[in-house]
Design a protein around this ligand. Structure first.
Ligand code: CA
Length: 236
């Protein structure tokens, strides 16, 4: 489930956001200040943070800057929430590393649209959208992975870890991911698993994709990690 952290000190606004987000299928956590937000992020990385600019004590802006400077929180999608609507403030917000900016009072519909747009750009694996790469189709809603083989749809048999691994790779195609990054993004941060575990699941993933003739899409990049290619280069 996609988890959103709402950092907002005004209970009515936090509740309004939370109700609408939960209704849209997100799991919501509320933090009333920067300290509580940092605590929540230290425990479990959310998929996205709605971050109020003006908080009692440390500001949302300062928090966003700090998160962008830490390797663990650097990729965290952030939408700044603010009562300020001036252009200079907007630029400062985006400058701090926020991905987008929503002005209060916001319409719930607009907020949801912005969240989906930021997730699509920054964390597409957090959206329940069907993904197509290199002839493979992955449907998160049905957990089905299929490809056309000689004109017939064939389904891969994947374990839950292979499914999550493939989903992450398909939503970030062509990029090289180190074993360490894959552990963080697929297994979850704070898990202490040997990097070799990644190799085991990559091997299983290739085996599961072999009947679909898509195993060669999963490529080993020596000394760097793994990559999912958008197409397999024909051998000559
Ligand atoms: Ca506030």
């Amino acid at each position: 489930m996609t988890r959103i952290l709402v950092v907002e000190d005004e209970p009515a606004i936090a509740e309004l956001a939370a109700i609408n987000l939960r209704h849209a299928g997100y799991e919501v956590l509320i933090a009333p200040d920067a300290e509580a937000a940092q605590g929540a992020v230290d425990r479990v990385l959310p998929d996205l943070v709605l971050l109020d600019w003006m908080l009692p004590g440390r500001s949302g802006l300062s928090l966003a800057r700090a998160w962008r400077g830490e390797p663990r929180t650097k990729p965290l999608p952030i939408i700044m929430l603010t009562a300020r609507a001036e252009e200079a403030d907007k630029l400062a917000g985006l400058d701090s590393g926020a991905d987008d900016y929503v002005t209060k009072p916001f319409s719930p519909k607009e907020l949801l649209a912005r969240i989906r747009a930021v997730l699509r750009r920054r964390a597409p694996q957090a959206l329940d959208e069907v993904v197509h790469v290199g002839g493979l189709t992955l449907d998160p809603a049905t957990h089905r992975v299929t490809a056309l083989v000689d004109g017939h749809a064939r389904e891969a048999r994947l374990g839950p870890t292979e499914f999550r691994l493939l989903r992450f790779l398909m939503t970030h195609p062509e990029r090289v991911h180190s074993r360490d990054q894959l552990l963080d993004r697929v297994w979850g941060d704070h898990v202490f698993i040997e990097e070799r575990t990644v190799d085991v699941h990559i091997k299983r993933l290739r085996e599961a994709l072999t009947p679909l003739r898509c195993d060669a899409l999963v490529q080993t990049v020596r000394g760097a990690g793994y990559r999912l290619a958008e197409a397999v280069r024909a051998s000559t």
